[in-house]
Design a protein around this ligand. Structure first.
Ligand SMILES: NC(=O)c1ccc[n+]([C@@H]2O[C@H](COP(=O)([O-])OP(=O)(O)OC[C@H]3O[C@@H](n4cnc5c(N)ncnc54)[C@H](O)[C@@H]3O)[C@@H](O)[C@H]2O)c1
Length: 433
């Protein structure tokens, strides 16, 4: 940190000074504005030493800025926030590393990751962090850098401390806005849902064409609103590579498949089934008799529904436990660390995640993903999408609507209303009677 006197900033009032630089789509990604706001927020001053604007839609802009604060503490916190926006000190060198002394115990000054692409300078070379996610530590191991959660830290690990030698590349706003456009206010809500469906369908296809996975994250409201058939069709169309959910989705999907109700309400006509309140427990009991969900499919007890399609199509699913769970189903993973690990494993190859009516699981997944993976979040409550984007997920398409309606439109769009796979001799209403 210098106390230069050739700057226009008073070194008496602002003795702690540093030169920082940033490169990227600084204007249309609003990074410039964010950087200036951060300096002011910490009671500091800035002076632009150099600014070069990118002259084409590909060319990045470059900013070199002198920042100054009245206290050292303010400077430390300012640099931390600037680095999260891709603005880092010019005076560099390698990242500082410190050995971990005890499992799960990091040095006090550890660097905590964002979900943006990050580079770490090791032996003069900038290395890209692997398994990028937020709220992780950066561990340098055999010439590579890994984002590692605190609970996975082991004695002897070399973790990055401080901010020097770390570069964050914040997500740039998509230049190809047709691929992932945001809804404009002037469009009616029905039209917005139609547009969102079209974009989602095309994103799913593009993701598969690029060889990446489409992952569905879903809550039980998918079943209550009639989403079983549309999701089944998406799975059969080969457009889903993993399903991440909780116990409730499994329970109600199986209840619907075996008994034609969801939480005791008949899916056929929306009326409450007599003694229907015990149907979800009957469903769980039936699965226990078969060992687990796969066993129920193999024994032909479970012959339809989302989980049936997953087993039949070899699509992996994870049902994470929670305090609210009934049963739970034998497949539900009640060790929360293990459930998080399994979610993370299936998200590793995701190019796109479709979050459907689960605040808990959608936000959890948002926290696990790097910022460049696209998320379509369908929920009746706008707060869910806001929460995900607040944590820095740049590639989010929020769809505020009923999830059953959205899924129905999506499945029609994807397979043109194809119902070849429906078995007319096996309708839900017949099972109830
Ligand atoms: N019987 C059970 O075992 C049981 C029952 C319920 C929940 N749970 C468990 O509790 C946890 C949280 O459950 P959750 O994810 O359902 O709850 P949640 O509150 O986290 O999310 C539910 C979301 O659905 C949205 N929503 C409601 N109606 C909608 C509609 N028509 N269209 C679109 N969105 C709609 C809400 O706005 C909310 O964001 C999960 O782990 C779940 O498995 C268990």
């Amino acid at each position: 940190m210098s106390t230069s006197s050739d700057s226009a900033i008073s070194s008496l009032r602002f003795p702690f000074q540093e030169t920082v630089e940033a490169e990227g789509h600084l204007i249309d990604s609003q990074i410039l504005e964010l950087v200036f706001d951060e300096v002011v927020q910490y009671g500091g001053r800035f002076e632009v030493e150099e600014f070069r604007i990118g002259r084409t839609n590909e060319e990045p802009s470059y900013l070199r800025l002198r920042v100054a604060t009245p206290t050292q503490d303010a400077m430390q916190r300012l640099l931390q926030n600037l680095s999260a926006n891709g603005c880092y000190p010019v005076a560099g060198g390698d990242a500082r590393l410190q050995r971990v002394e005890r499992d799960c115990c990091a040095p006090e000054d550890f660097y905590s990751s964002t979900n943006h692409r990050t580079l770490v300078r090791v032996d003069g070379e900038w290395l890209e962090v692997r398994n990028q996610r937020m709220d992780a530590l950066l561990v340098v191991e055999q010439g590579a850098v890994y984002a590692r959660r605190l609970r996975d830290l082991r004695a002897g690990d070399a973790v990055v401390v401080g901010l020097h030698g770390v570069r964050v590349i914040p997500g740039a706003k998509e230049r190809d806005r047709h691929a992932f456009a945001f809804m404009s206010n002037g469009v009616s809500s029905e039209r917005q849902v139609e547009m969102a469906v079209r974009q989602t369908a095309s994103l799913m296809r593009h993701t598969r064409e690029r060889g990446q996975d489409v992952v569905i994250v879903a809550g039980p409201v998918v079943i209550h609103t009639g989403g079983v058939e549309p999701v089944s069709r998406l799975i059969r169309a080969g457009l889903v590579q993993a399903l991440l959910a909780g116990n409730a989705l499994g329970v109600h999907d199986i209840e619907a498949a075996l008994l034609g109700t969801s939480l005791g309400v008949r899916l056929r006509d929306g009326r409450l089934e007599e003694h229907g309140h015990r149907n979800h427990m009957r469903a769980i009991n039936r699965i226990y008799h078969c060992g687990d969900i796969r066993g129920a499919v193999e024994q032909k007890v479970l012959t339809r529904g989302i989980l049936y399609e997953c087993v039949r199509g070899g699509v992996p699913f994870v049902l994470a436990g929670s305090l609210r769970d009934d049963g739970p189903l034998p497949d539900t993973v009640t060790d929360m660390n293990r459930a998080q690990d399994l979610y993370a494993t299936h998200l590793r190859s995701a190019g796109m995640v479709l979050c459907l009516g689960s605040m808990l699981h959608s936000i959890a997944v948002g926290n696990m993903l790097p910022s460049w993976v696209k998320i379509v979040c369908v929920d009746i409550n706008p707060a869910v999408a806001t929460k995900i984007s607040d944590r820095g997920t740049g590639q989010l398409l929020p769809v505020i609507t009923d999830v059953g309606l959205f899924l129905d439109l999506l499945a029609r769009h994807v397979d043109g209303g194809d119902d070849r796979h429906r078995d007319p001799e096996h309708s839900l209403s017949e099972e109830i009677e």
